[in-house]
Structures are given as C-alpha cells and as structure tokens.
Design a protein around this ligand. Sequence first.
Ligand SMILES: Cc1ncc(COP(=O)(O)O)c(C=O)c1O
Length: 443
Amino acid sequence: MELRKRLRQAAVADKYSFHMPGHKGRFPALFGNYDTTEIPGLDNLHCPEDVLCRAQERVAGIYQAARTYFLVNGSSVGIMSAITALTRAGDGVLAARNCHKSVLAGLIHSGAMPVWIEQTLCPRLRHWLPPSPAAVKELIAKHAIKAAIFTNPDYYGLTPDIAALAQVCREAGIAVIVDEAHGAHLQWGQAIGLPQSAVAAAGCDVIVQSPHKTLPALTQAAWMHITDLALGEKLQETLNLFHTTSPSYLLLSSLEYAACWANSHGAAMLRRLKILADMLYLRCKQLNLDFPATLPYRDWTKFLLPNRRGLEGLLRSQGMFPELIQGDKVLFMLTMADALVPQGIAALYRLLPLIAALPARPEEEILPPPLPKQEISPREAWARPGKKVPIAKAKGQISRQVLAPYPPGTMVVAPGQRLEQEHIDYLHKLHARKVIPQWLEVI
Ligand SMILES: Cc1ncc(COP(=O)(O)O)c(C=O)c1O
C-alpha cells in the first residue's frame, strides 16, 4: 500500500508543521473510530433534523449567525453553492481579480458575468492589496451588480475593510458573499489585533469558512454561515445539489469539536499565540529578516519570511514544513495548535539566525499586467469546444480554462477572457518559473 507508506513517511518527516490542517496532528480526539456515514441513529446532512441540526445550531450560536451549514468539501463547495444560489445567468457578480478558483466554478455553474475588481500591488509583498470600498463603489455605479464576493483574509493574511465594503454593497441592494476560508479563528482574536470577521460586520449575507485551515478540524471540514434566514432554503437546496450523498461523520463531528473547543479555549490560545508570534516578529526585526508585518489589515498568524537560497533545504533538515515557499516568500501558518504545543515555534525561533545568514535570492520581479478583458461569461466559454495551444499561440484568443495554480489556487486567467501580448508575456514568465504549464486551452 504505497499511499499509506508515503503517508507514514510524511508524518515522520513533518516534525514541525506550519501548514494546514490547523490541528497540526495535536488533537488525537479527532481521529476516533467514527468513520461512518448516514446510518440510522445519525442524521441527514441534506435535511438535518436531529444531531446534525443541533450541532449546526450550536456552531451558529457560537458565531452568532442566523444559521450554519456544515460542509464536507471545504469552503470550495460553500463558495460555489452561494454564487449558484444567489445569481442567475447574465447577473453581474463583483469579484476581486485574485479570487479563489472556486469563485470561477460558481460562476460557471450560475452563468453569471464577473465584473472584476482591479487591485493594486503591494510594493513590499508584491501581492494584490485587497479591494477598496471606493473602487467597489465606482464599479457599482457603472454595472448592474447582483452579488459581490470578497475574500477576508486572503492566503497571505491581507484583509479588506470588510465592514465598509459590505456597507457600500448594502446601500446598493447587492448580496454579499464572503470567502472567509482563512478566517474561522478571527472570532476569538479581536482583542489582540486580528482583523474583523465578516460574521460580525453588518451587511454580509453569506460567510464561508474553512475551520480545517485554522482550527482543530479535519481537512475539508468547513461551514457556511448566513445572517438572514430568508436565504436558508435556497442555500440548503443548492448545497444538496453539490454535496456528496455520503458525508463523512469524522469530518462533521470535527466541525462541532472545532467550534466548541475554540469557544472554550480560542481566546486564551490566541493570546498565547500572539506572545509567541511577537517573539518571532521581534527576532526577525533584529535580524533584518522582517517581512511586511507592518502592513495594515493583516492577520499576523500568517507568518512570512523572505525566501533565501538554501532555505527550503534548511527547513527540511529540521523537519519543518511551511505552508508555501514561492518566489521571494515563505509562508508559515501559526494556529492555536502552536499555542497548545509550542515546540514548532521554538524551533523556528532558534533557526532564525541561521536563516538570516543564508544568501539572498535575487529574482526578477514578475509584475502582472492589467486583467484581460472579459469578453463572454465563464459559462459561455466553458460550454464551447476548446483547443490546447502553446502559450505563445494564445495571443488574441479567448481562454476556455481556469488558470489558477495551486497552491494557493488564486485566479490568473478566467474562462471568457481575451489574452493580449502583455498577458502572454506574463504567462511565459510564470511558465519559466514552473508555476503554470506550457499549454493553454482557448476557444
Ligand atoms: C482564499 C481561499 N478561498 C477558498 C479556498 C478553498 O477552501 P477549501 O480548501 O476549504 O475548499 C482557499 C483554499 O486554499 C483559499 O485560499
């Protein structure tokens, strides 16, 4: 059994986890002998009336949501369902250009037309800054918009002013969906400088979170909160369309566990984590290793280091696995599990001087061009026959495919966008860095 063998090897090598899942293997109670699905005595995820219903209500109570739905296919299924439930073919949907690929899946299903929000690049992080309320207001004035989807926070911890964005949309009668896949923990961090969760910001209708990323829940376990019960039936119906008919009770019970555990211990754990993280940030400053910790609206649990030559090997030699090493950045995810068992952070702290001594890794900066023009809806493009062409031959053509390299699954090209020379040049550079393949499917 090669897969099992490989898993065993990976578990031994991965001594200090700085990546998802948020439990980091520190919660054995999650892995009991409970792998079952909907047998008598349990409940029905598609129409919960018994134990699942009560567990969902418990979590809704903890987050002060009108209703919470458990998800067994990550935030991805929640985002797809929310877009599909709230929009129809031809409706305008506001979305940031660096949205997660599940937004595209939702748009393809619903037939809605994306209105992309251009974003500015952060000069230090070289990553997209979150959309501003002013930019959103301007687009709303120009386009007929039915719904908006915002990410809060993104993969690197950057957050928009979600309350202000929601207010702008609310004034225009636009439904607000929030991809808070990376924000299930924010609830307990208000007092220690974590950004605001959309659940607490007035005007957000649907908030999708992945506790498996930041809380002690099993991989893929996620939930979706709504703030207005009037949306309940439509969302349940759409989720039922997308969800597996064999939901894992291991995943479902881990959701109840994560919420209840975080409700009891989350605030204290995050306070402890903040002390540990502050030590890391301070040491980095002393060593001139600090990345953009000073950016406003950033979730400090996403700890970033500048990439150095030999850094990956050094981390591996210590059994240390970050969430992402890409270009000039290395991302470490700190979670409540690191506060519970702080050996990983201590090991990283001890390693910082060695990391600082590694040679810099000069790299040509790849600046993304303005977004390609959205000529037709993602669904229209998806429905057309496509042909695979080398990147160079895609000039002037309309993309059929979603180009969203993983990790982190952030959109680069959407179906229905026409690619001009500047986009081709950009894609060539990404290919040279092995971020994307050499081929592209166009219509
Ligand atoms: C910003 C963002 N949204 C949504 C998702 C999808 O979440 P999940 O993996 O739980 O489906 C991800 C995954 O990494 C993400 O980074």
